[in-house]
Design a protein around this ligand. Sequence first.
Ligand code: SF4
Length: 244
Amino acid sequence: MSEQALQALIEATRATLEKIAADYAPAVFASSMAAEDMVLTDLILRGKLQEKIGIFTLETGRLHKETLGMLDRIRETYGYDVTPYRPEPAAVEQYVAQNGLNAFYDSVEMRKECCRIRKIEPLNRALAGNKSWITGQRRAQSVTRAALDVQEDDPAHGMAKFNPLADWSEEDVWQYIRDNQVPYNPLHDQGYPSIGCEPCTRAIDPGEDVRAGRWWWENPDSKECGLHVVDGKLIRIKSQTAPA
Ligand code: SF4
């Protein structure tokens, strides 16, 4: 993409964030502190939109230390504290006691239950009381994100959902990070294009699909954490049958 085209993309994304702040606040941005999320963090905080758009992360209890370290780097760079949402301790204890610490490797169902406890329930708490929420998802990231729109309805949470980077390529993301000296998770330099919980994320080889490092033991169509699922269906996939 030319420099001019990237600038146009950045301006369009700024305009989306300003529209959210003006018309869809209070809003919250669900950040995993991966590269895409750091672009949005930079745009929100340098745009002084944090009064209208809060930033939180799902601190699942299974994140890499490098990911947790991003909380400090964001504070040092922007003077902003990302709000961590953690799972209910009793639910985690029960799951581990009944199934073991790493039962998510055993089946898709066990994996989804772990994600429900560690991500979905805390996400619901984080979203409560807001008018909209924001993600750093991009259309090009995976087959499950191919139909992503910048603005969507999220009937499950009863609010609007925005994916301001839907049109961005991976190259656009990294160009923005380089041009603006945005801090990023050092795992990206170690072969991790997509970063989630430590036991469910692995480095990939050059040329492998970007999402190949997430839940790599499952079918690609199942590879979502459930954060963007309604009644078992991936709500942003409009032209496909939802996976079981
Ligand atoms: S990504 Fe893995 S460890 Fe994290 S909540 Fe989901 S199943 Fe559990």
